[in-house]
Design a protein around this ligand. Structure first.
Ligand SMILES: NC(=O)c1ccc[n+]([C@@H]2O[C@H](COP(=O)([O-])OP(=O)(O)OC[C@H]3O[C@@H](n4cnc5c(N)ncnc54)[C@H](OP(=O)(O)O)[C@@H]3O)[C@@H](O)[C@H]2O)c1
Length: 244
C-alpha cells in the first residue's frame, strides 16, 4: 500500500455504516488499516454487516439522540477520523410538510453532524479528519425535495465553517457530494427506466454509481494524501454537474 493512504494506528467512526455508502466507506478505511466503528441504529444489523471485515467494530446509536452521544463517544475514546454519513430523505412538496417533519430532517442531516463534529473535535489529535457526506443537492435543486436540499446546503456550509474553525487545531474538514448511487435508499429509482434514461443523458459516464465507487474519495480525504486539502467539497457524480 502507498504510505499516503496507510491508516494503520488510526481510529474512525462512520455514521450510517450498516449498508450503502457508509458501509463501503467504512470498509475501505478498515482495509487501509484503521480500526473503524461502524454506526447504525441496530447492533445486530451492524454485527452481521461487519463479520469478516478486519478491524471493524459495531457502535449502535441514533445520531439524533443528542443525550446519548457524549457517553458513547467517551467509550470510543479519541477519534482520528469522523465520517458524518447517516442522513434521511423525505421527498415531498413544500405544502405537504409540517414543521415537525422539517425539524426531523434537519435534525438528522444537519444538527446531528454538527453535534458529533464538535464533540469529536474536542478530543481529536492533530491530523484529524472530519468528512461530511452532503449531496449534489447541496448545490443544485429539483422540485419535491426542498428540506433535504436545504439540509445538504447547510451541511456544505458547515463543512467550510468547521474547516475555518478547526484548521488552527490541525483538523481538516471536507465533504463528499455524491450524485446518483444505486443504494437501498434509491432501490425504487434504480428500477425506474425513466431515471436510467435521464442518467444516460445527464451524466458523462451515462449510468448510476455503484456504492463501492464512493470509497476512494473517502480514503483520499481520510488519509495523508489530502493533508493540505480542507474546506472542500469533492463531488462524486459520474460527471453530472460538469455535463451540459
Ligand atoms: N445514495 C445516493 O445516491 C446519495 C446521493 C447523495 C447523497 N447521499 C447521502 O449519502 C448518505 C448515505 O446514503 P445511502 O444511500 O447510503 O443511504 P442508506 O442506504 O439509506 O443508508 C443509510 C444508513 O444510515 C443509517 N441511519 C439512518 N438514520 C440513522 C440515524 N438516525 N442514526 C444512525 N444511523 C442512521 C442506516 O442504518 P440503520 O437503518 O441500520 O439504522 C444506514 O446504515 C446520506 O447522507 C445521503 O443523503 C446519498
Amino acid at each position: 500500500m502507498n504510505a499516503l493512504f496507510d491508516l494503520s494506528g488510526k481510529t474512525a467512526l462512520v455514521t450510517g455504516a450498516s449498508r450503502g455508502l457508509g458501509f463501503e466507506m467504512a470498509k475501505a478505511l478498515c482495509e487501509a488499516g484503521a480500526t473503524v466503528y461502524f454506526n447504525g441504529r441496530t447492533q445486530t444489523t451492524l454485527e452481521t454487516a461487519i463479520q469478516n471485515i478486519p478491524n471493524a467494530k459495531a457502535s449502535a446509536f441514533d445520531i439524533t439522540d443528542s443525550s446519548a452521544i457524549a457517553p458513547i463517544l467517551s467509550d470510543l475514546g479519541p477519534l482520528d477520523i469522523l465520517v458524518n454519513n447517516a442522513g434521511g430523505r423525505d421527498r415531498r412538496n413544500v405544502d405537504e410538510f409540517d414543521l415537525g417533519d422539517v425539524r426531523k430532517l434537519l435534525d438528522s442531516n444537519l444538527v446531528a453532524p454538527f453535534e458529533l463534529s464538535r464533540q469529536v473535535a474536542r478530543h481529536m489529535p492533530v491530523g484529524g479528519r472530519i468528512i461530511n457526506v452532503t449531496s449534489i443537492a447541496g448545490d443544485i435543486a429539483r422540485a419535491g425535495d426542498a428540506i433535504y436540499t436545504a439540509s445538504k446546503a447547510g451541511l456544505t456550509g458547515l463543512t467550510r465553517a468547521l474547516a475555518a474553525e478547526l484548521g488552527p487545531r490541525g483538523i481538516n474538514v471536507n465533504a463528499i457530494a455524491p450524485g446518483f448511487f444505486a443504494t437501498k435508499a434509491n432501490q425504487s429509482m434504480v428500477e425506474d427506466e425513466t431515471i436510467a434514461a435521464f442518467l444516460k443523458m445527464r451524466t458523462s459516464l451515462q449510468r448510476w454509481g455503484t456504492p463501492e465507487e464512493i470509497a476512494g474519495a473517502c480514503l483520499f480525504l481520510a488519509s495523508a494524501a489530502s493533508s493540505y486539502v480542507t474546506g472542500q467539497v469533492l463531488t462524486v457524480d459520474g460527471g453530472l454537474r460538469a455535463h451540459f
